[in-house]
Design a protein around this ligand. Structure first.
Ligand code: ZN
Length: 461
């Protein structure tokens, strides 16, 4: 995990300064850098393309912007923070009165040192964002020079897509948005976690397919759906990754189905890892779950957060910066996503090949040598029904090189065989027995080796 922390740190520092928006060079530059770390393809859709009820907007780019006071001093400077300009502002250069400027200024009186983040994607306008403190000093002047060197022209909307193929016919979605300028938790953290998750899953032999998308929020997701309608309709579930590196608590926004396999693997992960979390019931707000789970698609999509959007004081302000987030927090959340996906991968349904009566474990070396000691106070591993067995060492996800030698727990083994009726998936077994899925997965591998169970069809969601 050390490597992941240093990669996260590196990406935070490389990507944070870039002025991103829903279109333009900032998004392209961000995705160009991401592609140094993960194999994503670029897709570009031209301005004016109709996508369901929406249309790809003109492309916005900006070079510079400022407000100068009557002494000619730059009191607001885009070069110091790209949040100072309302995202998608039209170009302007004129000297105007404070009264005329005022409707174009945005402040946050309750956080006087913070610059708010504001956008005007679908209404042609211009504006500046500044701290209340900056406003108070600027308001001493009667006339001010405003300058925004931006362009709004026909161009493209840019999306990155990466697909990791597995053998099953199930495909899951991992999506995040890259349209926010210099804001760290919302949502540079999501872009970085998505990149690291791609790298992590790439190292495993996957059972399922994972489709990764990094795109501008709302219009990007809608544009992608409109261009991949049939494929996207068949997705089994997924995650929208956002706000994952703050100092606060882990949060979980469930899928619209509430008890989908996605919800169950996440909650099982929290239980197994002893994670204290805050549950956010599904609402049609938030991020691109609104698009992916809409009636035409109904992909159950959930989100694990660390300092969820809307909830933290610095949300959509300049205080959501590199001091607010940490690479270690991001990696902590990454581990939860990896553990949840590991469970998706493990969740198969098994059928006992000896379903009539109990399996005779003793003749297969799966039962303690000395009878009578089961359920008595153990004084050795043997007597308590614990046996060592070697780890599975294939490259299959989730077996890992570093898992310590496990023990067969006789209770776990008998539970497994009892539930191996083709009706209980591994997830069902974990919920029913309270046993970790990894332990059940290891038992499954052992019993497969002993020819006592077989996998039946794909688990049901
Ligand atoms: Zn946001």
């Amino acid at each position: 995990m050390k490597e992941q922390t240093s990669l996260a740190n590196e990406l935070f520092h490389r990507l944070f300064p870039i002025c991103r928006s829903i279109t333009g060079h900032g998004v392209r530059e961000t995705l160009r850098i991401i592609r140094e770390y993960a194999e994503f393809n670029l897709l570009e859709y031209p301005s004016g393309t109709k996508c369901y009820d929406w249309e790809i907007p003109k492309e916005w780019n900006i070079k510079d912007a400022y407000i100068k006071n009557s002494k000619g001093e730059k009191v607001i400077d885009f070069q110091k923070s790209n949040l100072h300009v309302v995202n998608y502002s039209l170009p302007i250069h004129k000297t105007i009165s404070l009264a005329e400027l005022k409707p174009h200024l945005h402040t946050l009186p309750q956080l006087p040192e913070a610059v708010p983040y504001r956008t005007s994607y679908y209404r042609e306008d211009w504006g500046f964002c500044l701290s209340q403190n900056q406003y108070d000093s600027l308001a001493k002047d009667e006339t001010l020079e405003v300058y925004i060197d931006s362009t709004l022209k026909d161009g493209h909307l840019t999306i990155a897509e990466g697909i990791l193929r597995g053998k099953s016919n199930k495909e899951f979605l991992i999506s995040t948005y890259c349209c926010h300028p210099s804001l760290a938790n919302d949502n540079l953290s999501g872009v970085i976690l998505t990149t690291l998750l791609f790298r992590e899953l790439q190292q495993h032999q996957l059972r399922h397919t994972y489709r990764f998308l990094i795109l501008p929020e709302t219009i990007g997701a809608i544009a992608y759906l409109a261009h991949h309608q049939e494929e996207m309709k068949s997705l089994a579930g997924g995650f929208v990754i956002t706000t994952v590196a703050g100092p606060g608590t882990i949060g979980y926004k469930e899928t619209f189905r509430q008890n989908h396999l996605i919800d169950r693997v996440v909650l099982q992960t929290f239980k197994e890892e002893n994670v204290a979390y805050r549950l956010y019931p599904f609402k049609p707000d938030g991020s691109d779950e609104r698009q992916y789970s809409s009636p035409g698609f109904r992909i159950p999509v959930a989100t694990i957060t660390k300092d969820k959007y809307y909830e933290y004081d610095y949300y959509h302000t300049s205080l959501d910066d590199l001091n607010f987030v940490s690479a270690a927090n991001l990696v902590e959340t990454l581990k939860l996503y990896v553990a949840a996906i590991e469970k998706l991968e493990m969740n198969q349904t098994y059928l006992s090949l000896n379903p009539y009566g109990e399996v005779q474990l003793g003749k297969r070396g799966l039962y303690p040598q000395t009878g009578g000691a089961i359920n008595q106070k153990p004084n050795s591993d043997q007597e308590s029904g614990q046996r060592e067995f070697p780890n599975q060492t294939s490259g299959d996800f989730p077996s890992s090189k570093s898992v310590p030698k496990a023990h067969i727990d006789l209770d776990a083994l008998t539970w497994f065989l009892f539930l191996a009726d083709g009706q209980h998936s591994l997830m069902d077994m974990a919920e029913r027995t309270g046993l970790p899925m990894k332990q059940l997965d290891e038992i499954a591998k052992l019993l497969m080796e002993k020819n006592l169970v077989r996998v039946i069809d794909e688990e049901c969601c």
